[in-house]
Design a protein around this ligand. Structure first.
Ligand code: FES
Ligand code: FES
Length: 157
């Protein structure tokens, strides 16, 4: 059903007249031009499309826009602040924590939620939290190192 949906997107009040069953991923990529959110499996399994809604990770490929009504959403485009990359983004760059980069937005936003909840997670906690975000290029070790650095927990077990 077509209706107007209001939410906050990367800090800005946003109102869209859309089919309320349209998936968030298509709204972001095609309606709003925010192509940092990637289409991987399309079935909620890979995490490439991860965005943050009210401080929780959400799979945009399998979440209808109606579910973000009245909520606050963060995409990878909203993570930098005044032209400066977020500490997690900087750590990913420093550690070359990607190869093709297709999983990277989802990885970074998933790590962002982890560090919002646990500022100094252990390596085991990082691995557990990131387990559902897949990287086909096998960059997992460098991804974990980048998150450790961003958390300031490089030496913890
Ligand atoms: S594209 Fe959404 S989880 Fe894979
Ligand atoms: S860097 Fe290619 S899928 Fe992760």
């Amino acid at each position: 059903m077509r209706r107007t949906i209001s939410f906050t997107l990367n800090g800005k009040p946003t109102r869209l007249a859309v089919d309320d069953e349209r998936m968030l991923l298509w709204i972001l990529r095609y309606d709003l031009g925010l192509t940092g959110t990637k289409y991987g499996c399309g079935e909620g399994l890979c995490g490439a499309c991860t965005v943050v809604v009210d401080n929780e990770t959400v799979r945009a490929c399998s979440t209808p826009i109606s579910e973000v009504a009245g909520k606050s959403m963060l995409t990878i485009e909203g993570l930098e602040h005044e032209g400066k990359l977020h500490a997690i983004q900087q750590a990913f760059l420093r550690h070359n924590a990607f190869q093709c980069g297709y999983c990277t937005s989802g990885m970074i936003l998933s790590a962002y939620v982890l560090l919002q909840k646990a500022s100094r997670p252990t390596t085991a906690e990082i691995i557990r939290h990131m387990d559902d975000n897949l990287c086909r290029c096998g960059s997992h070790t460098r991804i974990v190192e980048a998150i450790q650095e961003a958390a300031g927990s490089k030496e913890r077990g």
